[in-house]
Design a protein around this ligand. Structure first.
Ligand code: PHE
Length: 344
């Protein structure tokens, strides 16, 4: 039995010395040390031995097992190390390679200006309203005191979808929608930013789509001086405390009286420059006292309530603020243009 064990050891060690990879090693481990292996078989047969023989053979069997295990462990350590090395090599990161920088996005300059204007008016107690871009003729014109054949409709060449539906040419329809929604409640104090559409030929200062911000206030005893004070407060927060405004008489069918509002040129502080065409003033919005007919159509008794409204072009305000010379820059998505607003 001793010889059998010795032979087994020799055979195992020889086979192990020729082992070439992890899989072969696994197979030999099972073959020699597994439950169905020859060593287990020998140990199982120990019961038949005499009491003197048993410890001697037991010792030899254990020595053989230990010897085989030792070699297997040594080989295993080598394979484990090799595997780790291979994985490290395969997953190696070259920290000296130049990085690939990710592109940083920025808020669009128009969105930025809209947010700024919203903040100013929210600070004065206004809320922000919204209305549809595809609008009914009724809200865009009729309820704003522009009946079907009114000549002032020509002021705003429109994209019609059907006879009664068009792309809104102004944000003023939100005035009417707000009055309808509030059902005679006061005060109304809203601003409404949004896209508007006109059949203009695009050039440096015209775009068939642009952005307006509408304002509407309705309450008892709202006066023209409230309008003027509100707009002065607004431009001074927007362009600085030394900014002045100037109101010129104008005409809109939905306001009476109507004014065109100029702001002192932020570039030259009013002394005259190229931006303001040497006048010192820049036109930024239209405004006026809400026309009694408009109040009436919106469900507000003009004998009890008055109001003011204004509408400004956001592109123009942004162009003045950032010195942008062509309105088309806002819509052509040229990254070289947009990237300039990363940090403003
Ligand atoms: N909706 C007018 C326009 O687009 C501007 C405006 C708004 C005028 C509100 C007066 C009151 O020209």
């Amino acid at each position: 039995m001793k010889e059998r064990l010795e032979a087994l050891k020799q055979e195992a060690l020889q086979e192990l010395s020729a082992v070439g990879n992890q899989q072969e090693l696994n197979e030999l481990r099972v073959k020699y040390l597994g439950k169905k292996g020859p060593l287990t078989e020998v140990l199982r047969g120990m019961g038949a031995l005499s009491a003197e023989e048993r410890p001697v053979i037991g010792q030899v069997a254990n020595d053989v097992r230990a010897a085989i295990e030792a070699v297997i462990e040594e080989k295993q350590a080598t394979y484990t190390r090799l595997e780790t090395e291979n994985r490290l090599r395969a997953e190696m990161i070259d920290v000296t390679l130049p990085g690939r920088p990710s592109q940083q996005g920025a808020v669009h300059p128009l969105s930025k200006v809209i947010q700024e204007i919203e903040d100013i008016f929210i600070g004065m107690g206004y809320t922000v309203a919204e209305g549809p871009e595809v609008e009914q003729d009724y809200y865009n014109f009729e309820a704003l005191n522009l009946p079907k054949d009114h000549p002032a409709r020509d002021m705003q060449d429109s994209f019609y979808i059907t006879e009664e539906i068009l792309m809104r040419t102004q944000t003023s329809p939100v005035q009417v929608r707000t009055m309808e929604k509030r059902k005679g409640d006061v005060p109304i104090k809203i601003i409404c930013p949004g896209k508007v559409f006109r059949r203009d030929d695009d050039d440096a200062t015209h775009s068939h789509m642009f952005t307006q911000i509408e304002g509407l206030v309705i309450d008892r005893n709202v006066r023209m001086s409230d309008l003027k004070g509100t707009l002065l407060q607004f431009v001074q927060e927007m362009y600085g405390p030394e900014t002045r405004i100037r109101l010129r008489p104008s005409f809109f069918p939905f306001t009476e009286p109507s004014v065109e509002v100029d702001v002192s040129c932020a570039m030259c502080k009013g002394s005259g420059c190229r931006t303001c065409k040497q006048t010192g003033w820049l036109e930024i919005l239209g405004a006026g006292m809400v026309h009694p007919r408009v109040l009436e159509m919106g469900g507000y008794d003009p004998k009890e309530y008055t109001g003011f409204a204004f509408g400004m072009g956001v592109e123009r305000i942004a162009m003045l603020k950032y010195g942008i010379e062509d309105i088309r820059h806002f819509y052509t998505n040229d990254l070289r243009f947009l990237k300039q607003f990363l940090h403003v």
